[in-house]
Design a protein around this ligand. Structure first.
Ligand code: B4P
Length: 192
């Protein structure tokens, strides 16, 4: 099974992807994690994306599509969870082409629905927890960067809801409950 986790920043895509990995042995492909790893690698690409991410903007389609292509080549018996990808219509079209190329299907798109004020509270809280634990907070986990991240989401990513709804692949889940409650709702949507 290959699925997409779609939703605004802080909706819990990464959190729920982890649970699906444990539950179903799927492979998580998080473009956010890949880009954060690139950032710390000191490569030209890493330096280029660091500022873009800190401002809360989206990295170019070309870079993220290239990252996903590399990972798809490795295959996965349990299937892939696309976590935070696609985020633009161009990325969605590219994913369709890549899945065709690798002989794979897309089984479902899970949209996590959470209101903006809760999203901001979650990421600001994550930053506070990181600092309290003596770690550095994510550069984009600030109320200021969240304003840009949410604008980017509504402008560039939210059109994917209609895109996948039209294909009959969209399943919307309330992302406001506890992490376990959201996990149970995703399981129910996938078993539907
Ligand atoms: P991502 O790493 O994808 O992060 P995200 O959207 O902010 O968070 P996510 O929805 O995964 O929330 P999480 O589980 O972490 O993106 C970061 C940046 O990378 C983007 O802004 C962009 O610059 C770049 N990028 C990534 N993919 C890209 C692409 N395809 N194209 C272009 N650019 C791209 O949860 C957030 C917090 O909420 C956590 O603290 C968690 O513990 C908490 N939480 C989760 N579920 C909860 C629940 N049910 N109740 C209470 N708290 C909960």
């Amino acid at each position: 099974m290959n699925i997409i986790l779609l939703g605004p920043p802080g909706a819990g895509k990464g959190t729920q992807a982890q649970k699906l990995v444990e539950e179903r042995g799927m492979v998580q492909l998080s473009t956010g994690d890949m880009l954060r790893a690139a950032k710390t690698s000191g490569t030209e690409m890493g330096n280029m994306v660091a500022g873009v991410m800190a401002r809360g903007e989206l990295v170019t389609d070309e870079i993220v599509i290239g990252l996903i292509r590399e990972q798809l080549q490795n295959g996965s018996e349990g299937g892939f969870i696309f976590d935070g990808f696609p985020r633009t219509l161009a990325q969605a079209d590219a994913l369709g082409e890549l899945l065709d190329e690798f002989g794979q299907n897309l089984d479902a798109v899970i949209e996590l629905q959470v209101e903006d004020d809760i999203l901001v509270a979650r990421v600001v809280n994550r930053a506070k927890e990181a600092v309290a634990a003596g770690q550095s907070a994510r550069a984009d986990d600030t109320a200021e960067a969240m304003t840009t991240r949410l604008m980017e989401y509504y402008k560039k990513t939210s059109p994917l809801i209609g895109y996948y709804h039209a294909k009959g692949q969209l399943k919307s889940v309330d992302g406001l409950g506890t992490m376990d409650a959201v996990q149970a709702d995703i399981a129910a949507a996938l078993n539907d």
